[in-house]
Design a protein around this ligand. Structure first.
Ligand SMILES: *Cc1c(COP(=O)(O)O)cnc(C)c1O
Length: 470
């Protein structure tokens, strides 16, 4: 295929996409294929000779869509959303055409300068101090890894990068049981070791207990370890819990620990001023990550890391061999100094399109609706016989379980979840909360409606009423 045929095939793809969205409602949300079904349809080796695009495209139509779980389906209530707002999709199409890498200012000045501008828009939209700087990372996992590396290096006087960790005292990092698995992964990759990720107990609201954190830091110092940093969470993945940032971040300041706040999902909600009391004290964080690619509407991948002062992170990550030096301009920012991969996609374009096509008010009203509808659904489900709400609606996420008479609730809930997802009308996932198997419901798909959301209660009622025991 040649560049001068792009329009033809691109139009074919756009037409396909438009009809996909027009009929997405009719598809089962979760793929109904069995393991190996799709693999069996793919030849074992790449073709030696070119194939006509017509064949490529018709094979795509025949094989791929039925093997997908439809994340843009309005009744996708699983995991967290990964929205692809149409305006963001258009920007991604343009980004894919340029194929630019934005590691240095000069490798695409518009990439770097639009990224800095978009981080500024986001900083204001979230109500953060003007002094915060930032960068767009590929994922919250990488932002958390960079923060953990920075914690480690700061605590070791920036010696770890040079000498390695052998023979060092133990570097300690603190978080709670609600922390996302990416925190554990980060301490492993950073060479800190999972034994040195200390889980501070949580209270009844699943929030880290700040006094327990202070005590543990003192104990660890006494034992000769090096307390380095804290990863707090706003809107945990399991049940949407949030830590009380103010006392935690005060402790960090007092003890000279680096702080990172993981607000990967719930950060999007902070564009609504009335929700910001949940992260009261955020202005004292050293680092903060949130994913516009979850709830806000920017297509994956787009994870914004904001930093009170980027200097420590640059000192931790920047490596500049001769072939990467910028020769003709001084004073330019090379954003790869803040990220792990060198090559960086042009991710700012989709944020620019997103903010302009919907406006902050448009984005806020979606989030407000999602929260209101999630609460309404929580109320309706609470009225379904034998259904028990386990964790209350936090932002737009709550959990429930099923307790029919004479049946183990974990088994009954697991069975119910399987039946709900096989039914195909809705898609939900599970978590374990305080040892119990529970079903999560999150509301956040870009174009979901109140009817879509409330339909969860109808489907649950329908599939439990036939149980006899209900
Ligand atoms: C989704 C999520 C992550 C991981 O995000 P990625 O961008 O996929 O790495 C981390 N923390 C929380 C709280 C999340 O919800």
């Amino acid at each position: 295929m040649r560049y001068d045929e792009y329009g033809r095939w691109s139009r074919r793809a756009s037409d396909w996409i438009e009809s996909y969205f027009a009929t997405i409602d009719d598809r089962p949300v979760r793929a109904e294929t069995r393991p190996g079904d799709i693999a069996a349809l793919i030849p074992e080796s790449a073709p030696e000779q070119p194939e006509p695009m017509e064949t490529v495209f018709s094979d795509f139509e025949r094989i791929i869509p039925d093997g997908l779980t439809h994340w843009q389906h309005p009744r996708f209530f699983a995991y967290f959303p990964a929205n692809a707002a149409p305006a963001s999709m258009i920007a991604e199409q343009l980004t894919s055409a340029f194929g630019v890498l934005c590691m240095l200012w000069q490798t695409s000045p518009a990439g770097t300068e639009l990224e800095i501008a978009m981080v500024g828009w986001i900083r204001q939209a979230l109500g953060l101090p003007d002094s915060f700087r930032g960068v767009i990372q590929e994922s919250a996992s990488s932002a958390t890894l960079t923060a953990v590396l920075t914690m480690r290096e700061r605590a070791l006087g920036f010696d770890g990068n040079r000498t390695g960790l052998a023979g060092q005292r133990r570097v300690r990092i603190y978080t709670s049981d609600e922390a996302h698995s990416s925190v554990e992964k980060a301490v492993r990759i950073a060479g800190v070791g999972s034994e040195n990720l200390i889980r501070i107990p949580t209270d009844d609201a699943d929030s880290l207990i700040a006094e327990a954190l202070s005590e543990r830091i003192v104990e660890d110092r006494r034992a000769g370890h090096i307390p380095a940093g804290v990863v707090a969470v706003i809107g945990s993945t399991s049940v949407g819990a949030s830590d009380h940032l103010r006392p935690i971040l005060e402790t960090c300041r007092r003890e000279r620990l680096y702080s990172h706040v993981d607000a990967a999902w719930a950060g999007s909600a902070m564009i609504c001023p009335e929700l910001r009391q949940t992260w009261d004290g955020i202005e004292f964080a050293d680092s903060l990550v949130f994913n516009p690619h979850k709830w806000l509407g920017a297509q994956f991948d787009c994870s914004v890391q904001l930093l009170a002062d980027p200097a420590d992170q640059v000192r931790t990550l920047a490596v500049k061999p001769g072939y990467l030096k910028t020769l003709e301009h001084s004073g330019v920012v090379d954003l790869s100094e803040l990220s792990i991969p060198l090559g960086r996609r042009f991710r700012a374009l989709k944020l620019w399109f997103l903010f302009r096509a919907y406006g902050l008010e448009g984005l806020r009203s979606r989030i407000r609706n999602h929260i209101a509808w999630a609460r309404e659904l929580e109320g309706r489900l609470a009225d379904v016989p034998k259904i028990e709400i386990v964790t209350p609606c936090r932002f737009s996420l709550f959990t429930f379980r099923y307790r029919p008479d004479n049946q183990d609730p974990d088994t009954a809930t697991r069975d119910l979840l399987q039946r709900l997802n096989q039914d195909g009308r809705i898609y939900l996932t599970q978590t374990i909360h305080r040892g119990q198997f529970v079903i999560r419901v999150q509301v956040g798909q870009f174009d979901t409606t109140r009817d879509d959301v409330l339909s969860v209660a109808d489907v649950v009622a329908e599939l439990t009423s036939s149980d006899g025991s209900a």
